[in-house]
Design a protein around this ligand. Structure first.
Ligand SMILES: [Zn+2]
Length: 257
């Protein structure tokens, strides 16, 4: 397997899988001095799309030694699992372990929080449409625990900010109480567009097979992240602030514990 072969992203259709097996492709020291593992496939979500990376452990099968995964990044489709081996014998094992089977274990509580925050961001998009902001086009999302927000192209009249903030919060919590299954599917472009209300954003290549996330019966949205299996798992949501300036609107939120 070439080092430039894209890593198969198993979490694309197996979002709830926290343990899996893979084949070790390469173990090396990166340019920044960090040790990294490349595998043929992974359930670890790399940082991107506004979602932090997963953490966890990778072990060589039939060995008790662990490689502690602290950060995961993707470059040109190849996923780099950065971290530290528990001891030097583990390092030797990894250096000579090309082609060996490894066991992956994703940290569950961190993944659950990241998934809840990410799904909450998408639910916010649904609510924005429901409260009459269909003209606001969802842009960048930041679903990190330290101040998550979604940014929209377009503005909100300043005199409506407070009332809309309340309205969105009521709507979003009503949707959480109602619940709804969350589905992720990789589809041909045209089917994906249909699922997303007829069209896809410009950054999705027309020849590609995008992955679409759908919350309940609401229109889908292209996304590479991990999500809850049901909207009710978000528990509750607070819209903490709406900022609108220079043609952009940012909606900040927090989720219940
Ligand atoms: Zn997303």
């Amino acid at each position: 397997m070439e080092l430039t072969t894209p890593t198969k992203l198993e979490f694309y259709d197996q979002m709830l899988k926290l343990q899996s097996k893979a084949i070790l492709v390469h173990y090396f020291k990166g340019d920044d001095g960090r040790k990294a593992l490349i595998l043929d496939n992974t359930i670890f979500h790399p940082q991107g799309g506004g979602q932090p990376s997963d953490t966890g452990f990778i072990c060589v099968t039939d060995s008790n030694l662990r490689f502690c995964v602290q950060d995961v990044r993707s470059k040109d489709g190849v996923v780099f699992h950065y971290g530290v081996a528990e001891d030097s014998s583990m390092e030797n094992e990894l250096e000579q372990g090309k082609g060996k089977e490894v066991i992956l274990q994703v940290d569950e509580s961190r993944r659950r929080l990241n998934s809840r925050l990410h799904s909450a961001g998408h639910l916010l998009d649904v609510c924005m449409r429901n409260v009459g902001f269909a003209h606001l086009e969802p842009g960048k999302g930041y679903h990190f625990p330290d101040g998550p927000f979604v940014e929209y192209k377009g503005t909100v009249p300043l005199n409506e900010l407070q009332s809309k903030q309340r309205e969105i919060e009521i709507e979003v919590n009503a949707l959480i109480s109602k619940g709804g299954k969350v589905n992720a599917t990789v589809l041909p472009y045209r089917e994906a567009a249909e699922l997303c209300g007829g069209s896809l954003p410009d950054y999705i290549h027309p020849g590609s097979n995008p992955r679409i996330i759908k919350l309940g019966d609401n229109p889908g949205c292209p996304c590479g992240g991990t999500h809850v299996s049901d909207v009710s798992e978000i528990l509750s949501m607070k819209v903490s602030q709406i900022r609108t300036k220079k043609g952009m609107t940012k909606v900040f939120y927090t989720i219940g514990t």
